[in-house]
Design a protein around this ligand. Structure first.
Ligand code: ZN
Length: 1008
């Protein structure tokens, strides 16, 4: 046989593009348009329709960046269009480019009563139309002129991410506003061709099926008359019907396709736009549900549902009824799809508490799946938190973005630091934005690592990131691939249906233990330092506010500020979204986030002050003391109590002949030379020099920071070889000299920036305090604070939620090599048997810890904290300006000393007037740490205490309550009775035995 495959292929492609696509619309007729540009921020429908609209011509420019224009579209459907095999719709092209949906203009269509009809997006421009009497068409379009911030993804600095710099000229041109008559047969034929041609391209040239598809498509092209596509389209479909009817092979990979829209709660758009994005996407989804009874849609993030309830109540009620039918499926159980590297322990727990509470209260649903396709790596604390929230299944996709190593499993048990295992799936198609194209289906089949043991995977489909969601074309593809020879099989399903199938298919999956480290986006531990500081500060203020409000409620009967706390938590949880806290959003998002953190701080500080005033009754003129919200004793003030400090000892400072200084508090002796370098830190108790020979500690190092791509997200290993040490001081002088504290101030300037470091010692504490105030005006630089320590550490223990993770310091494997920048919360601990050191911080997360053997045979463990970056995309002004960052170095420290120091510097003692306050919760073993003290979510007045085992070993101890207790129950994170119950001793205490890193929630009912 003579082969003409290439010619046939070209013919099929051109046929689809130039014959079928233009023939989709039998007829179209223009409609009349008037427009009104909203002068400021978005307005409600009622305001828009009452505004004065001016005539507007198709082809005219509209929409300044971030603006809103309302279009009123009216006209009549010409007579005679009501033909069989056709559908009358509107087609509105706002001026969409070929950029992906969700990254440019979008519209929301309303009927004249204000009811939402559907959205307008690129690749989804049709509107189902209710034709009134006499063929009248009348709709309103709320068009958002969102700029395409990413452009061609060259990561070039752009002014578009801030309305103050984005410009005011219109950026779109209204392309088309028509009523159209869609030819349903031609549309179906186009979907047939798309699916079969896509399948053909995935099959090997040796396969008969591939040749059969090519010949069949070629014949279909021949059957359709280019002069009468509408009249002959059915003949083409008849040729393809047997090809579509050939069933899948028995061993075909099975794909459960889950419709969703990964709507980033803020990113290259602000939160206020995300609220509208949700309305648009969900209205698309509801429209699809009206037309396709098999379609189900999974939606994560309680926050996004809450926005609909609060801003679009009519739409929310429609969602609610689809939820009741089981077709609009809430998934994930978290408040938002948060980052998991950076949120603190209690905040991570609250993502689930707030999320699951919402789904229980609004829909009566107790969700069991966790849905985090896009977060930048997954903390090893997550399995236990997930399980403690009552969830059983976990989904992620992001580890497919690893630069170096290929993750070995797609379905596995993920084991956390405490041993908890959670069933986890990682969709092998490597995308959460699939259109169900054959390329995605076959990639899933090809890459699925569990082949031979399991044969089912999940594929999330629908336009995502900026929203849009599934389309009718995607559903058409799903129908055609349900059972199709040569293709994986596709069934539309829910996440829970998938997990049930996957568990049944694979009863003994492999285990991955520890964090799911993402070998990518390592700059997100550091970018946008002010946002990170706001998060850290908010988390600790929330702890303080809850602790003192609960103490005041129990001791004085003060009212507990449930609503104010809920509101503050919701803000903090929202801003832990995986593009806000990681620092990867536009300038606008971070400006709003920082203002929100400021408001949260003011509100919570007022609550703390109010509670402490109620508790200490300062009017009685009692002595002054300090409130200690830390779970450890600080300067003699009991954990969770108020008392005077009892610190003894002294701190002294002396000058050196070279112009430097020596600081000494009888525990540590610190030498600062004339250049402001900390050349010695002597642990006097251990008689041990801590600084590596010849090195200086607390040293500022300035690195080149020029990632290949994803500027705010990435730091590249290549830049680790280009750095300078800021080792010349402008000024070294005494900053403070009192019996309780001595400090030396070191001022340096570099580039366009300056930095003032304060090196201080407090009496009675084996800790060097380093305050770094930076006026930062660098571009594409990374500032690190380095601690070269004379200790041979095998691992760096980094604080994560409810414990710590040990990461090797040696670089043996490609996995070790790729882990060159890591996240830690408040502290990193390094040590060798018998001796350890802790480096703690009050607002930063990025670290790197490496180890070298010196010429003298000793080992230097180098702990470096990443203080500041200055990426230029997507926020060209990221991190510019003033920052104050606190770090400490504690000598002779064990893990619990590190933990105590981490709490101490994030929860400074708060000076108060009035009487002392005994703690309402006392734990008699330091290994059992109190993470939260609050009143119960159900507002019953019960006290809830969250504790965890902090050493990584077993801890036994007694918890007693500073008030009469009726009962103490162990609960899950949602404060529902769960697990083995403790026995209440006659004195109202309970004895606990915790396994390594175990989280435990207790609920204590008060004696009435
Ligand atoms: Zn995302």
């Amino acid at each position: 046989m003579h082969h003409d495959d290439a010619l046939t292929e070209a013919r099929i492609v051109r046929f689809m593009r130039e014959r079928l696509t233009p023939a989709l619309l039998r007829r179209s007729a223009p409609l009349d348009v008037t427009a009104w540009e909203v002068p400021g921020e978005p307005v409600p429908f009622e305001t828009a329709v009452a505004a004065e609209h001016r005539p507007f011509a198709v082809g005219d420019a509209w929409g300044r960046p971030w603006g809103t224009t309302w279009f009123h579209v009216t006209g009549t459907v010409p007579t005679g269009w009501d033909e069989p095999g056709t559908r009358i719709e509107l087609l509105i092209d706002l001026g969409f480019s070929i950029a992906q949906p969700g990254f440019q203009a979008e519209g929301l269509v309303y009927d004249p009563s204000g009811r939402i009809v559907k959205a307008l997006e690129p690749l989804n421009m049709h509107v189902p139309v209710q034709v009134g009497a006499g063929g009248v068409v009348d709709v309103w379009v709320e068009a958002a002129s969102n700029p395409d911030v990413a452009g061609v993804w060259d990561f070039a600095p752009t002014p578009l991410g801030d309305p103050a710099t984005a410009g005011t000229d219109p950026i779109y041109r209204l392309n088309r506003v028509d009523v159209v008559q869609l030819d349903v047969t031609v549309w179906e034929l186009l979907q047939d061709c798309w699916t079969l041609d896509g399948l053909r391209r995935e099959l090997g040239p040796e396969l008969p099926r591939r040749a059969e598809l090519l010949r069949g498509l070629g014949r279909a092209v021949q059957e359709v008359d280019p002069d009468d596509v509408a009249g002959t389209a059915q003949l083409g479909r008849d040729v393809l019907a047997p090809l579509l009817a050939a069933p899948a092979s028995a061993s075909a990979h099975r794909i459960v396709a889950v419709g969703h829209a990964h709507i980033d709660s803020a990113w290259l758009w602000p939160v206020r736009e995300t609220i509208r994005k949700c309305a648009r996407t969900f209205s698309n989804v509801l429209d699809l549900m009206d037309h396709d009874p098999d379609f189900v849609f999974a939606c994560s993030s309680a926050q996004q549902f809450a926005w609909m309830r609060d801003h679009y109540p009519e739409l929310f009620e429609r969602i609610r009824s689809r939820v009741a039918e089981g077709r609009f499926v809430p998934v994930g159980g978290m408040w938002v799809e948060s980052d998991t590297n950076l949120p603190g322990g209690e905040a991570m727990a609250r993502q689930f508490v707030a999320g699951k509470r919402f789904f229980l209260e609004e829909f009566g649903l107790d969700l069991t799946e966790v849905w985090l396709p896009d977060s930048f790596g997954y903390s090893a604390a997550m399995p236990q938190i997930v399980a403690a929230a009552g969830a059983t299944d976990f989904l992620t996709q992001k580890v497919s973005w690893n630069e170096t190593n290929r993750f070995p499993h797609h379905t596995f048990l993920w084991e956390g630091i405490d041993g908890t295992r959670v069933f986890t799936h990682f969709p092998p198609a490597d995308t959460y934005n699939s259109a169900l194209a054959a390329t995605d289906l076959h990639r899933a089949q090809r890459q699925f690592q569990e082949k031979g043991e399991s044969n089912v995977s999940l594929l999330p489909f629908g336009h995502g990131d900026g929203g849009g969601g599934p389309t009718r074309e995607m559903l058409a593809a799903a129908v055609r691939t349900r059972s199709l020879e040569g293709s994986p099989t596709v069934e539309i399903g829910t996440p829970s249906a998938f997990f049930a199938a996957a568990r049944a298919d694979y009863p003994s999956p492999p285990v991955w233990s520890g964090e799911l480290y993402l070998e990518f986006h390592r700059g997100t531990y550091t970018s946008q330092a002010r946002t990170k500081r706001g998060n850290r500060r908010s988390e600790h203020l929330l702890r303080e506010a809850e602790l003192w409000a609960a103490t005041a409620a129990i001791r004085t009967g003060a009212e507990y500020p449930y609503d104010a706390l809920d509101e503050a938590w919701h803000t903090v949880l929202l801003q832990q979204f995986h593009d806000i806290l990681p620092g990867s959003s536009i300038a606008w998002v971070h400006q709003v986030a920082e203002a929100n953190y400021q408001a949260v701080a003011e509100r919570l500080t007022a609550l703390v002050d109010e509670s402490l005033r109620a508790l200490t009754a300062p009017g009685d003129g009692g002595p002054a003391g300090f409130a200690n919200a830390s779970p450890f004793v600080v300067d003699g003030v009991p954990a969770l109590g108020v008392a005077a400090t009892t610190t003894a000892g002294r701190a002294v400072l002396s000058g050196r002949a070279d112009g430097g200084f020596v600081l000494d508090n009888d525990l540590v002796r610190v030498t600062v030379d004339a250049d402001g370098r900390v050349t010695s830190v002597l642990d006097l108790a251990a008689d041990r020099e801590v600084v590596a020979p010849g090195a200086a500690t607390a040293e500022l190092q300035l690195f080149r920071d020029t990632p290949n791509q994803w500027d705010a997200w990435d730091v590249d290993l290549a830049d680790r070889t280009h750095w300078t040490v800021l080792d010349r001081a402008d000024v070294v002088e005494v900053a403070l000299e009192t019996p309780g504290r001595v400090a030396v101030l070191v001022r340096r300037s570099f580039g366009s920036s300056s930095v003032t470091q304060t090196i201080a010692l407090d009496a009675g504490r084996p800790t060097v305090d380093i305050l770094t105030a930076v006026d930062w005006h660098e571009r594409q630089k990374l500032l690190k604070l380095a601690f070269p320590l004379d200790v041979r550490a095998d691992v760096a223990s980094s604080e994560i939620q409810f414990g710590h993770v040990d990461r090797p310091t040696a670089v043996n494997t490609s996995w070790d090599a790729a882990r060159f920048e890591t996240a830690a919360h408040r502290w990193v601990h390094v040590g060798e048997p018998g001796y350890g050191l802790a480096v703690a911080n009050d607002s930063t997360y990025g670290h790197d810890v490496t180890r070298t053997t010196r010429e003298d045979g000793g080992t230097t463990t180098l702990v470096r904290k990443s203080l500041l970056r200055a990426p230029r995309f997507p926020d060209p002004t990221a991190d510019q300006g003033e920052h104050v960052l606190r770090s400490t170095l504690t000598v002779g420290a064990g893990i619990l000393d590190a933990a105590a120091e981490g709490y101490r510097i994030n929860l400074p003692l708060r000076p108060v007037q009035g009487a002392a306050v005994d703690p309402i919760v006392v734990v008699d073993r330091p290994g059992i740490v109190v993470e939260a003290v609050k009143l119960a979510e159900d507002r019953s007045g019960d006290l809830v205490v969250r504790l965890y085992e902090a050493t990584g070993g077993r801890s036994a101890g007694r918890v007693s309550f500073g008030f009469p207790v009726r009962s103490v129950r162990r609960t899950d994170l949602l404060e529902r009775e769960h697990g083995e119950q403790p026995r209440l001793a006659p004195d109202g205490s309970v004895e606990l035995r915790l396994r390594p890193f175990e989280i435990l929630t207790l609920r204590a009912a008060r004696m009435q």
